[in-house]
Design a protein around this ligand. Structure first.
Ligand code: 9MR
Length: 554
């Protein structure tokens, strides 16, 4: 079909407008998953042009054209300021490389393959190895990103207690782009990885990604998790309380770990730290048989401390300027820790009591862990709950999933995302939703939940209004300048691979220059942008979970 001069102008205008609202690195105005699709999954491309336009799909190896049609207008996404249409490519199920040509746009390539997510999964979990504190990364495992050890943390002090003996608080993962280690954020991150293991045990028992422990008997995922559990244990004080974080007074500059040598302190103890610690130790007790008693007695003591100190909220000491992870609403943490402990102790009576006061399902985050309680109840507590309690929990959970499906269907990009999702770490909001949706799918077998989870994977893989694939090293347009000290300081052009960038949100807390003020397009691939382009252990964890879940139940 020939397009008129007016249509051509409209297309050009739409392209120019969308280019303006996009970040500079976007090459075109077709947005789709840049990682590849499995043969059977839905395949949608979003075109930044509201009017129906002809499109053709060409197979690269033989020039065949297995699909053509017209794009379907799908409405406006106000968060991105875009009116768009969709090309549905789901009919393409034969593995191969394809070109999508939509009239008025630059053609884009997409792939269909049996395992588009395997390498991505391995990189997303290997990112934790790259962030290990206190260990040199050998070239045999780290490739060109090998580096010296930093932060041995063998002689750390307690802030404000100059007489306390220097103490070993070694190992653990660096939280993020900074080099500090925070218990609250370790809580949700370690839980999510333990959850990934518990829900995909067979997959992980035979999965390796070349870390120093890959040749031992244990699953690589468990070795990775132990690196952090070993550190978490060192943060428990003799009274059962848990120090909130191990930190320098200020953030270091963009230098390699071994060059960041300022003194490290354990800060004040907090209720949030004790509860996160107790929850993680309780779950770890279900996974590591040989450590069960130790982990449970640690959880026990942390819970007792939290009971005696139920509202010891953490705020940074006057001279501490690093991340706060402050949370003044701890009812969700109190319930979560108690639920995990009761599950591990097989205490059905206590569980019934806790379950009856559980609040509604919400997307997990470091500050809101109610969703984690639901996951543990659904996955690990069926035999401990009465049928009617289990049903009540399940139906509240699937109601949340149904809401996400409804949001997806109304969204112009067909992703279950709303304005309030665009907070610091919005990509992790999407992945945490996807994790819940994968669980709803596992619980019911309802395909719409899997479709919604995959739509969110597509979103972080490129079907989003910035045109970025948000995982370093994957996709044709992925972040190059993440806010990650080693990636900034190592002199290697490519960032450390496998990290999920925080993603768009329009708080602009870092004062960088953004080309957009809109929630879904305020993203900057620049070191400067710690509010949209940092990486963290709690954002990668649900990505790992979702990929493992999708791969193992393909
Ligand atoms: O992920 C945290 C986000 O929810 C907060 O809004 C933000 C500001 O307090 O802090 C984020 O966490 C950062 C932490 O404090 C320090 N390490 C890097 C984390 C990611 O930016």
């Amino acid at each position: 079909m020939k397009i008129t001069q007016k249509q051509r102008l409209t297309c050009l205008l739409a392209f120019a407008l969308s280019s303006l609202s996009m970040t500079a690195a976007s090459a075109d105005n077709v947005y789709l998953n840049q990682w590849g699709f499995t043969p059977k999954q839905n395949k949608l491309a979003v075109i930044a042009n509201a009017s129906p336009s002809p499109f053709t799909v060409t197979r690269l190896n033989d020039g065949a054209q297995p699909l053509s049609g017209n794009t379907q207008p799908s409405g406006t996404w106000d968060d991105a300021g875009m009116r768009v249409s969709l090309a549905d490519l789901s009919a393409i199920t034969t593995p191969g490389e394809y070109r999508l040509s939509v009239d008025g746009t630059e053609p884009v390539i997409f792939t269909v393959k049996s395992d588009p997510y395997g390498a991505l999964h391995d990189a997303a979990i290997k990112a934790y190895y790259y962030n290990r504190a206190g260990m040199a990364l050998d070239q045999a495992f780290a490739g060109k990103w090998h580096r010296a050890a930093g932060h041995p943390d063998m002689q750390t002090l307690i802030l404000g207690e100059p007489d306390a003996a220097p103490t070993d608080r070694s190992k653990g993962w660096y939280d993020a782009g900074d080099y500090n280690k925070y218990i609250v954020n370790s809580g949700i991150s370690t839980y999510t990885l333990l959850r990934a293991y518990l829900d995909n045990t067979e997959f992980y028992n035979s999965r390796h990604w070349n870390i120093p422990e890959s040749t031992n008997e244990r699953a690589d995922l468990l070795d990775e998790i132990l690196w952090n559990l070993d550190w978490m244990i060192t943060m428990q004080d003799s009274d059962g309380g848990v120090f909130h974080k191990l930190t320098t007074l200020n953030f270091s500059g963009p230098v390699m770990p071994e060059a960041a040598t300022a003194t490290r302190y354990a800060t004040a103890k907090s209720t949030a730290a004790a509860l996160n610690f107790a929850a993680v130790m309780s779950v770890a007790a279900r996974v590591f048989d040989e450590r069960r008693d130790d982990y449970l007695s640690r959880a026990d003591r942390a819970l007792a401390w939290a009971k005696a100190n139920p509202a010891r909220y953490y705020t940074n000491e006057d001279n501490v300027k690093t991340g706060q992870y402050g949370d003044n609403v701890l009812s969700d943490e109190h319930t979560w820790a108690a639920i995990e402990y009761a599950i591990s102790r097989q205490d059905a009576d206590r569980l019934a009591e806790l379950t009856s006061s559980l609040s509604g399902v919400s997307t997990p985050s470091w500050a809101n862990v109610t969703g984690l309680s639901y996951l543990s109840l659904l996955r690990d507590a069926k035999a401990l709950l009465t049928d009617s309690d289990y049903k009540a929990i399940s139906s509240r959970f699937t109601r949340f999933a149904d809401q996400q499906v409804a949001i997806m269907e109304a969204n112009a990009f067909r992703v279950p995302a709303v304005t309030k999702d665009f907070v610091w770490g919005s990509n992790a909001v999407m992945m945490n939703k996807a994790m819940l949706l994968e669980n709803a799918f596992a619980l019911t077998g309802k395909q719409a939940y899997r479709t919604a989870a995959l739509a969110l994977l597509d979103y972080v893989g490129g079907r989003n209004p910035t045109g970025y694939s948000f995982v370093t090293g994957f996709g044709v347009n992925s972040p190059r300048f993440i806010h990650h000290r080693p990636s900034e300081a190592d002199g290697i052009a490519d960032p450390v691979p496998g990290w999920l960038a925080g993603g768009p949100q329009n708080g602009h807390q870092d004062g960088c220059q953004y080309s957009s003020d809109l929630p879904a397009t305020s993203y900057l691939d620049d070191w400067c942008s710690y509010s949209t382009n940092e990486i963290t252990i709690n954002w990668n964890a649900p990505l790992v979970y979702v990929l493992a879940s999708v791969i193992s139940d393909n």
